[in-house]
Design a protein around this ligand. Structure first.
Ligand code: PMP
Length: 446
C-alpha cells in the first residue's frame, strides 16, 4: 500500500513493546507488529508507569493495620470508584473486581435466582455462551443484521412468563467480526419482557465508552488485559439485588462477616453484603489499580478521537485486504455494520493457519487464526463463504475448514503495522510462502 500516512493517524496512546524485534526465518530481525489486540492488548505505558509508582507501597488489602495496608485498601476502593464513574453505573449498582470477563460471567451465572431463564445468541464467545445452566437457556439463531437481532430477541421473549426472572446475555462487539451489536435496543426489548440484560463488553470496553445508565444494561463484564491493563483483573458491574442475595462466588476469608461452629458441629456463617461478598481471598489490588489507570487514560485521550482514528485504520485495513484476490472479510450483521478494530478473513485456496504462521515467521506480524472460542459463530460465518460459487482453483488443503485469520488493533497500533499486514497478505497470495507450516506454526520437515 502506498497511501500517504496522515500524522493524525499516529498512535495516540503509547504501549510497551513498541521496540520488540523478532527473528525471521528468512534471516534478520524485524520490529514485531502486534495485531492481536482482541486476544490481549499490550500495556499502555501510562498503566505501567502508574503500576510501577504504586508497587513500592503495595500491601495487603482489608487486612493489615499498617500504613501500606491502609494505602492499598484505599487504592482498591478508589479504583472501584474510577471504574464506577467510567461505566456510568447507577448509584446502588455493585462494581466487583474479578479475574476476567469469563470470571465475571461465571460469577453472574452463579448468582442468578434459581428459576432464571437465560437467552443467548449462538454467535457469542464461549465465555458468554457456556456459563448458563443448560436446562433454562434458550439459544437464539444467528441474526443477519442488527435489526434481525432485535426482531429475533423480541420473538423469543414474546411468550415468556413474567413470573420468572429472565436474563439476556449479549456481546457489545464481536471478537470475530468486530461488529457492534444494538445493545440499547436489545436491552429495551429485554426490559419490555421483564428480563434483564448483561453486556459482554470484553471487545467493546477498549474501543468505546460504556454508559451503563444510557444503554440501559443491567450488568456489564470486561477484562483488563484487553484494555491495556494486563495485570489479571476483570470487572463485573450491575444490579446489587441478585448479587447480594447469592452465595458468595468464592467462599473464604474476606467474604465472611462471622463464622462459628455450632453445638452440632456444623458451621454457622454470616456473609458480607456488597462487593466483598464475592471477592474472598486477597484482592488483586495491582490489577484493579491498572484497570482504573486504563479507564483514566482512555477517557483522557477521548473516545471520539480514538474512534475517529480507529475508523480510518479500519478503512485502510479492510480496503487493502478486500482488494487482494481471494480474500473474503467475515461479516455477520451486514457490510455496512459499524465495527471496532477487529477484522477476520479467509483466503480462497489457503489454510488460515498456514497464512498466520507465515505472517509470523516471514513477516514478524502477530495475528490469530482458528475458531476464536466462538465455534457456532464460525460455522455460520465461514459456512456462508463456502456456500458461495465454487471456484475452479480452490485447493484448500483442509477442505471445509471453518478457521479464519483475525487481525485486531487498538490505540497503540501504528498505521505502519496495518499497511505491513496488507502488504504481507498480498505477497503471500501472489508469491506464496517460503515454507509449509504445521497447524501449530512450526515449519514442516522438508
Ligand atoms: N467475550 C469476548 C467477546 C471475548 O473476546 C473474550 C476474550 N477473547 C471473552 C469474552 C473472554 O475474556 P477473558 O479471556 O479475558 O475472560
Amino acid at each position: 500500500t502506498s497511501a500517504p500516512i496522515d500524522p493524525a493517524l499516529r498512535a495516540p496512546l503509547p504501549v510497551l513493546g513498541r521496540d520488540v524485534t523478532v527473528p525471521l526465518v528468512t534471516g534478520g530481525h524485524v520490529t514485531y507488529a502486534a495485531l492481536d489486540y482482541a486476544a490481549s492488548a499490550p500495556a499502555l505505558e501510562r498503566v505501567w508507569d502508574d503500576v510501577a509508582a504504586f508497587l513500592p507501597y503495595y500491601g495487603s488489602v482489608h487486612r493489615g493495620a499498617g500504613y501500606l495496608s491502609q494505602l492499598s485498601t484505599a487504592l482498591l476502593e478508589r479504583s472501584r470508584d474510577t471504574v464506577r464513574q467510567h461505566l456510568g453505573v447507577r448509584p446502588d449498582d455493585e462494581v466487583l473486581f474479578t479475574r476476567s470477563t469469563t470470571d465475571s460471567l461465571n460469577l453472574l451465572a452463579g448468582a442468578l435466582p434459581g428459576d432464571t431463564e437465560v437467552y443467548v445468541f449462538e454467535t457469542e464467545h464461549h465465555a458468554a455462551l457456556l456459563p448458563w445452566h443448560d436446562g433454562a437457556t434458550t439459544v437464539l439463531a444467528a441474526p443477519c443484521s442488527a435489526q434481525d437481532a432485535v426482531d429475533r430477541l423480541t420473538a423469543a421473549l414474546a411468550g415468556r412468563s413474567r413470573g420468572r426472572p429472565g436474563l439476556v446475555c449479549v456481546t457489545g462487539a464481536s471478537n470475530v467480526t468486530g461488529e457492534l451489536w444494538p445493545v440499547a435496543e436489545l436491552a429495551s426489548v429485554a426490559h419490555a419482557a421483564g428480563a434483564r440484560l448483561v453486556l459482554d463488553a470484553a471487545q467493546l470496553a477498549p474501543h468505546r465508552p460504556i454508559d451503563v445508565g444510557a444503554l440501559g444494561v443491567d450488568y456489564v463484564a470486561f477484562s483488563g488485559h484487553k484494555m491495556y491493563a494486563p495485570f489479571g483483573a476483570g470487572v463485573l458491574a450491575g444490579r446489587a439485588d441478585w448479587l447480594g442475595a447469592a452465595r458468595p462466588y468464592l467462599a473464604g476469608g474476606g467474604a465472611s462477616r462471622r463464622v462459628e461452629v455450632t453445638a452440632a458441629g456444623t458451621l454457622d456463617v454470616q456473609w458480607h453484603g456488597g462487593s466483598t461478598r464475592h471477592e474472598a481471598g486477597s484482592p488483586n489490588v495491582v490489577g484493579a489499580y491498572a484497570v482504573a489507570s486504563a479507564c483514566r487514560a482512555l477517557a483522557e485521550a477521548g473516545f471520539s478521537a480514538l474512534v475517529e482514528r480507529e475508523d480510518a485504520l479500519l478503512r485502510r485495513l479492510t480496503g487493502g485486504l478486500a482488494a487482494i484476490p481471494g480474500v473474503t472479510l467475515l461479516s455477520l450483521l451486514g457490510d455496512g455494520a459499524p465495527r471496532v478494530g477487529v477484522v477476520s478473513f479467509v483466503i480462497e485456496g489457503w489454510r488460515s493457519s498456514q497464512v498466520a504462521a507465515a505472517l509470523s515467521a516471514e513477516h514478524g506480524i502477530g495475528v490469530r487464526d482458528g475458531l476464536f472460542c466462538a465455534h457456532p459463530l464460525m460455522r455460520v460465518l465461514v459456512g456462508a463463504v463456502h456456500q458461495g460459487p465454487a471456484s475452479g482453483r480452490d485447493s484448500r488443503p483442509q477442505g471445509r475448514s471453518q478457521h479464519a485469520i483475525r487481525a485486531s488493533f487498538g490505540a497503540g497500533t501504528p498505521v505502519e503495522h496495518v499497511d505491513r499486514l496488507v502488504d504481507a497478505v498480498s505477497s503471500i497470495v501472489h508469491e506464496g510462502t517460503r515454507h509449509e507450516y504445521r497447524n501449530d506454526g512450526e515449519r514442516c520437515a522438508p
